[in-house]
Design a protein around this ligand. Structure first.
Ligand code: F6R
Length: 261
C-alpha cells in the first residue's frame, strides 16, 4: 500500500488523473471502476479537462459504477447512474453503452448482482478502481461487518452513512434510501489497481484505521492492506492521524519519477 500525502484536493485529483491517463494511453480499452460521492469529483474534473484540452480519449474504455441506491426512481438525480453520467461519462467521449451500474430498481436483486459480476468478468475485470471512503470505514457501501470476501450484493446503510449522505438529499435523512447494491470487498479486491482518495479532517480517523489499523471487517477498507497495488491519496487534513505520515511523505518525495503510482 502506498500512501501519498498531498497539499489539496486539486493535487489529489491530478495525481489520480495521471495514473488513469497513463493506463488509458497504455491500454485504450481499460476498464475503470467508478466511485461516486464528493471525493472523486476532483479526479473527474481533471479527466474532463484533459479530454477537452489534450484529447485524452476514453472511447474504447469501459466503466463500472461501484454501487447504487435501491428504490430511487429511475433518473433520480442522486441515483449513482445519474451521478456517474453527470460528473464523468457525459463530459468525456466514453461510449454510453460501455458504462454500467448495478440496477437499483430490479425486482430480482440476486440475479441483478450475479449479472453485474458477470458483466465485469466479461470485459476482463477492472483495471483501475477509484474509491472514496466513508467516515465509518466503508468502501463501496460495504459497511462495518461486511465479509472481507463479499461479492456484489444488497447491503443496509448504517445511520451514520445515511446522515453523512443526507447532504445530497436536501439535508433530509429520511430521503436517503436504507438499501444499496454494492460491489463486494472481494469484487473490489479483484481490481488490478485501487486508487482511494480522501480529503478533509472528517476522514482522518477512517484513513488511520484503513492504513495503520488491523485488517478487520469492522473497518472494511482495511482489506486493502491485503491488495498488491493500492494507492491512498490524501490531503493534509485527512492524513492528520497517521502515525507514519513523515515516512509516507519522505518515500513519495524520493520516489523514482519513472515509477508512477
Ligand atoms: C460512493 C461510495 C462511497 C463513498 C463514501 C465517501 O460510490 O461507494 O463509499 O465513496 O461514502 O463519500 P464522499 O466522497 O461523498 O465523502
Amino acid at each position: 500500500m502506498e500512501v501519498v500525502i498531498l497539499a489539496d484536493a486539486e493535487t489529489v485529483g491530478a495525481v489520480a488523473a495521471d495514473a488513469i491517463e497513463a493506463l488509458v494511453r497504455r491500454k485504450p480499452s481499460a476498464v475503470l471502476g467508478l466511485a461516486t460521492g464528493s471525493s472523486p469529483l476532483p479526479v473527474y474534473d481533471e479527466l474532463a479537462r484533459r479530454h477537452a484540452a489534450a484529447g485524452l480519449s476514453f472511447a474504447d474504455c469501459h466503466g463500472f459504477a461501484l454501487d447504487e441506491y435501491v428504490g430511487l426512481r429511475p433518473g433520480h438525480p442522486e441515483s449513482y447512474r445519474e451521478v456517474v453520467r453527470r460528473e464523468f461519462t457525459e463530459r468525456v467521449d466514453i461510449d454510453p453503452s460501455h458504462v454500467h451500474g448495478p440496477d437499483g430498481s430490479t425486482a430480482d436483486v440476486r440475479a441483478a448482482c450475479a449479472e453485474y459480476e458477470a458483466a465485469i468478468r466479461a470485459v476482463g475485470g477492472i483495471d483501475l478502481q477509484i474509491l472514496g471512503i466513508g467516515t465509518d470505514g466503508h468502501i463501496g457501501f460495504n459497511e462495518p461487518g461486511s465479509s472481507l470476501t463479499s461479492r456484489t450484493r444488497i447491503k443496509s446503510l448504517t445511520e451514520q452513512t445515511r446522515a453523512d449522505n443526507a447532504r445530497f438529499f436536501d439535508g433530509d435523512v429520511d430521503q436517503v434510501p436504507h438499501h444499496v447494491i454494492t460491489q463486494g470487498l472481494g469484487t473490489i479486491s479483484d481490481a488490478r489497481h485501487v486508487v482511494l482518495v480522501a480529503m478533509g479532517e472528517g476522514k482522518a480517523g477512517a484513513v488511520r484505521d484503513l492504513v495503520e489499523g488491523p485488517v478487520r471487517a469492522f473497518c472494511p477498507a482495511s482489506i486493502l492492506q491485503m491488495h498488491r497495488h493500492v494507492t491512498v491519496l490524501v490531503d493534509d487534513a485527512a492524513a492528520r492521524q497517521l502515525e507514519l505520515a513523515a515516512y509516507y511523505r519522505q518515500s513519495y518525495q524520493h520516489k523514482p519519477a519513472w515509477q508512477g503510482i
